[in-house]
Write a protein that binds this ligand. Structure first.
Ligand code: MSK
Length: 571
């Protein structure tokens, strides 16, 4: 019957052959983007649950329960008995409970309980409280099939429900269990940009998202047998560096350097100094194998969900995690011999940054509570908080929107928290050092110097946007208000992935005004556009805004924050 091509702007047909109009088609397409993004995050979360389960059974080689305190806190939230039980027993029960979150056994996902009561009531009234993570995603695919849901409001509400299931479900599970397995991040120094590649070492780039792979690679790279092997080949050792969000996961917990964000993945190979790029899934351009062919670089795929023509596939299973990591690293050491020194061009540039700002670390920096932050906001020293997240987009000069927007906001005394490629962008720009406080307005500068923090806090990877939700919920609960009452905002100035669409949707659904740089594909429907940018405010307390100019994005956020301050009666 299709493809569904109509002409909402001219004199062409206004309905498809089945009768679907622009509102239906746009809403269906947008909902499917949300489903794609929520599925990617949540399937990543599911993989971590599996590793937790296998670790609890002693079947995951090289993995351990690192943050047992957090494991116990999570078990308490799930009503799992903690006293008198071993961490392994608790972890097994927690993993089983979390597996249930994906299906239809429960009628609401557990972490929704972390939201302020007022927010939960908004969700209940709209019927968007998620029941199961997979269920909401599958239901989008069902509803958007030919001849099912044709009402754009109804379709988009299901999109909202799946997005909440991502942010407060799949992504939050991924974050929390990664902390249990690999440690809850604490502030630590790291380096970022292509200059972290080493001319005198075997360079291994880990790229993708799931820390289950990258941690094992980082661990095995210290194996004396492999270090010796690398030295025998003339290298000083093995240099593991990150790319995109799996890089953020390693940086946040171990200070392992990051070579770059999304648009640097091909350029890392083009330095001629990368022996192996090891990838898991998400945001990996198939182009990397084409670039790699021009050099001695091998691309190794490790997940049967993400195979790339031209790559070597080594299936990574947690049961043999350490052995597989060693096998891949041996490939890298062998490839080092084939490196052509005449073609090595590593840019000298790299930048110091302070990362590791989990919610726990932020609260610790403030003496154990959100009070100092809230007091600074109340006094007006800090006007508000903005979360800047998301990708690079080849339609935008790389990092320009991220950096420009961030600079303007800190100048206006708005504390910025970041994740994903946005965080890497501002790390490269030098905005994540305590010294960067000198670029902030007077109040924020004073606050940062008092607590020894940068004006831009690195909160982790894409799934770690869930940390921002938890922080916002903590502040709202402390003040006895809804998240939508707070002087806070979100932005995705260079977004491009479906995951970013899901993130933007759950951020807005959580009550946070969100500015997008690139326009999402919704302009074909005036009704959908109006709903997203205007009418949602009445029902959810937040909307999207779109502006490709970061200076204007900053103005939108500053105005919004001042409006919210006024409504709260703040000076
Ligand atoms: S890696 S989803 S390009 S932020 Fe998380 Fe970066 Fe966007 Fe991928």
């Amino acid at each position: 019957m299709g493809p569904c091509r109509i002409d909402p702007f001219g004199n062409g047909p206004k309905r498809g052959v089945c009768g679907a109009d622009a509102d239906t088609i746009v809403a269906r397409n947008l909902a499917r983007m949300i489903a794609g993004g929520a599925a990617a995050h949540s399937d990543h979360g599911r993989d971590i649950v599996e590793v937790l389960y296998k670790t609890a059974l002693g079947e995951a080689q090289g993995y351990e329960l690192t943050d047992v305190e957090k494991l116990k806190r999570l078990a308490n939230e799930y009503g799992i008995q903690v006293d008198g039980r071993s961490p392994q027993e608790i972890a097994k029960d927690l993993a089983i409970e979390m597996m249930r979150e994906f299906g239809m056994i429960k009628d609401r996902i557990q972490f929704v309980e972390r939201a302020p009561d007022k927010r939960k009531k908004v969700w209940e009234k709209l019927g968007v409280t998620p029941r199961g993570i997979d269920r909401e995603i599958v239901e989008i695919m069902h509803r958007t099939h030919i001849g099912v849901d044709a009402d754009y409001v109804s379709i988009l509400l299901q999109g909202v429900r799946a997005a909440i299931a991502d942010g407060w479900g799949g992504s939050m599970i991924a974050t929390e269990l990664s902390d249990v397995l690999f440690g809850t991040p604490e502030p630590l120094e790291g380096m970022v940009n292509l200059g972290v590649l080493r001319e005198d070492m075997v360079n291994v780039v880990v790229h993708g998202h799931n820390p289950v792979l990258s941690f094992m690679i980082a661990k095995a790279a210290k194996d004396p047998e492999l270090v010796k092997l690398a030295q025998e080949k003339g290298a000083k050792g093995i240099n593991v560096v990150g790319m995109c969000c799996t890089g953020n996961e390693l940086l946040m917990r171990q200070g392992i350097p990051i070579a770059g964000n999304f648009l640097l993945q091909e350029l890392a190979i083009a330095t001629g100094a990368v022996e192996v790029m090891i990838v898991d899934y998400q945001c990996i351009m198939p182009a990397v194998t084409h670039i790699a062919k021009c050099y001695h670089t091998k691309v190794v795929t490790t997940s049967d969900k993400a195979k790339i023509p031209g790559a070597i596939h080594v299936q990574f299973e947690p049961e043999h995690g350490y052995d597989t990591a060693k096998e891949i690293l041996k490939m890298a050491i062998e490839a080092y011999e084939n490196r052509n020194p005449d073609r090595v061009r590593i840019p000298k540039r790299s930048m110091k940054l302070l990362a590791g700002f989990s919610v726990e670390a932020i609260l610790k920096a403030f003496g154990g509570s959100v009070k100092p932050l809230v007091d600074a906001i109340k006094e007006g020293k800090i006007r508000g908080v903005a979360g800047i997240v998301g990708c690079n987009n080849p339609k935008i000069k790389q990092d320009y929107n991220h950096v420009t927007l961030t600079k303007r906001l800190i100048e206006h005394n708005i504390l910025v928290v970041e994740t994903g490629c946005a965080a890497i962008a501002n790390g490269k720009a030098g905005l994540m050092t305590p010294e960067a406080a000198d670029l902030a307005g007077e109040g924020l500068r004073e606050f940062c110097k008092k607590y020894g923090i940068p004006p831009v806090l690195h909160m982790g990877s894409c799934v770690d946007n869930s940390r921002i939700l938890v922080l916002a919920a903590e502040v709202a609960k402390y003040l006895g208000v809804d998240i939508s009452d707070l002087p806070i905002a979100g932005a995705a100035p260079e977004w491009m992935s479906e995951k970013a669409v899901s993130i933007g949707t759950y951020v807005v659904a959580s009550g946070i005004f969100t500015v997008l740089g690139p326009v999402p594909p919704v302009l074909g429907s005036v009704n959908v556009t109006n709903l997203l940018t205007r009418d949602l405010d009445d029902v959810i307390g937040a909307t999207f805004a779109v502006d490709p100019d970061p200076e204007k994005e900053a103005k939108l956020i500053i105005d919004h924050i001042e409006k919210k301050r006024k409504a709260l009666g703040l000076p």
